[in-house]
Design a protein around this ligand. Structure first.
Ligand SMILES: Cc1cc2nc3c(=O)[nH]c(=O)nc-3n(C[C@H](O)[C@H](O)[C@H](O)COP(=O)(O)O)c2cc1C
Length: 389
């Protein structure tokens, strides 16, 4: 067993242990993958100010996201098909998040159902909703999230149609895996994954199969999924969903200051500056670059969170110091899960927490709430000299 000290170590193990099509599904972006790559490389452009001779005892990374206490402002992002990275993946990740004291967000497209995750955790988690054409499904799933005592609804706005990921097409991504020769050769080396999968019954989209008329198996589900995202989603519909839900609402997928203002107008409790981990609009700004303009536009009126490209505690610190009140990790926890199941998610959180805590101290700060632009060296052209309309 290699010694694990970084998220990259978990990623290497994830790649070795999980079937190629599911590893690639996670570790890819749309089209040229420019935005996917810049989500991480743009973090490197920001440098930290080292401060010395500051009493660094009594440090705290604790804070709040939408009024909920968190041991650090790092939530687990909604990730579809997490239960294919490791058997019972959503339950294991939710349990790890709960033990660590950070929020877990369950995707609409999860393998373990809302009810299943609720039955296997003791603290409320957040539920992520995709707006679907089928309004009865939306109503029912919101009711199910309420019944499961989910404490926030994360409504994703940047996936009305799907960005294309070439690898998924080339790999013939499917759930369950089709027994083709390349897939069987690949699976022959993934015995750990197969052994865990053989022991669970959770191998379908748990929030959907059995909850929609006419959807009882995966073949009809794949047709439904391809046709079901609502291309007509608009701000009036967002308002309707907010009313239907009636609790804290987080709008995910905001990358433009104008949209941030719209989100404010519909009464969002928080927004997530996000480009879906570079999986949707290729060529869009990285999240960390888009963050400052959005903070300038609405940062004093609504809680601004961000995700995209976070692979270390240093990245978290940079986002917080720019002004984000919370961050999310997607691939960073998925790498942990694929590598080692639940303990791998805990490991990912531990790595990020330790990096955040130590980096904060070396910046001369003892509390995440005190982080600010004064801790950063941001290149003058960081936000870019873009021609705006
Ligand atoms: C494999 C994968 C599946 C995802 N599925 C969803 C999803 O079901 N719903 C959603 O709102 N976002 C989804 N996302 C986007 C994440 O919530 C998040 O925005 C993104 O992963 C952040 O970037 P990072 O992976 O670099 O941390 C997914 C991301 C990945 C990598």
């Amino acid at each position: 067993m290699p010694t694990i000290t970084t998220i990259q170590d978990l990623k290497d193990l994830h790649e070795r242990r999980v079937p190629r099509m599911f590893y690639d599904y996670a570790e890819s972006g749309s089209w040229t993958e420019q935005t996917f790559h810049e989500n991480t490389t743009d973090f490197e452009k920001i440098r930290l100010r080292q401060r010395v001779a500051v009493d660094m005892t009594g440090r705290s990374t604790a804070g709040q996201m939408i009024g909920e206490d968190v041991s650090m402002p790092v939530a687990l992002a909604p990730v579809g098909s997490t239960g294919m990275q490791h058997a019972d993946g959503e339950i294991l990740a939710a349990q790890a998040a709960e033990a660590f004291g950070v929020p877990f967000t369950l995707s609409t497209m999860s393998i373990c159902s809302i009810e299943d995750v609720a039955a296997n955790t003791s603290k409320p988690f957040w539920f992520q909703l995709y707006a679907m054409k089928d309004k009865r499904f939306v109503e029912r799933v919101i009711q199910r999230a309420k019944d499961a005592k989910c404490s926030a609804l994360v409504l994703t706005l940047d996936l009305q149609i799907l960005g294309q990921r070439h690898k998924d097409i080339k790999n013939g991504l499917s759930i369950p895996i089709r027994p083709t020769v390349p897939n069987l050769i690949d699976l022959a080396t993934k015995w750990r994954w197969i052994a865990a999968m053989a022991k669970t019954k959770r191998r379908q989209f748990g929030n959907i199969v059995g909850h929609i008329d006419g959807i009882s198996d995966m073949s009809s589900l794949s047709i439904w999924a391809a046709e079901s995202f609502d291309p007509k989603l608009n701000w009036d519909e967002v308002k309707e969903i907010k009313k239907m839900w009636g609790g804290p609402l987080i709008l995910k997928g905001i990358l433009d200051a104008e949209d941030a203002k719209m989100a404010l107008n519909v009464g969002a409790d928080a927004i997530i500056v996000s480009n879906h981990g570079g999986r949707q609009l290729d060529g869009a700004l990285s999240s960390i670059r888009a963050l400052p303009a959005i903070l300038d536009a609405v940062g004093d009126k609504v809680e601004v969170h961000m995700d995209g490209g976070i692979r270390s505690g240093q990245d978290v610190l940079k986002a917080l110091a720019l002004g984000a009140k919370g961050t999310y990790i997607g691939r960073a926890f998925v790498h942990g899960l694929g590598a080692m199941g639940g303990p791998g998610v805990t490991k990912a959180l531990e790595i990020i927490h330790k990096e955040l805590d130590t980096t904060m101290a070396l910046c001369g700060e003892t509390n995440v709430a005190d982080l600010g632009r004064h801790n950063l060296l941001v290149p003058k052209d960081f936000e870019g000299q873009w021609q705006s309309p």
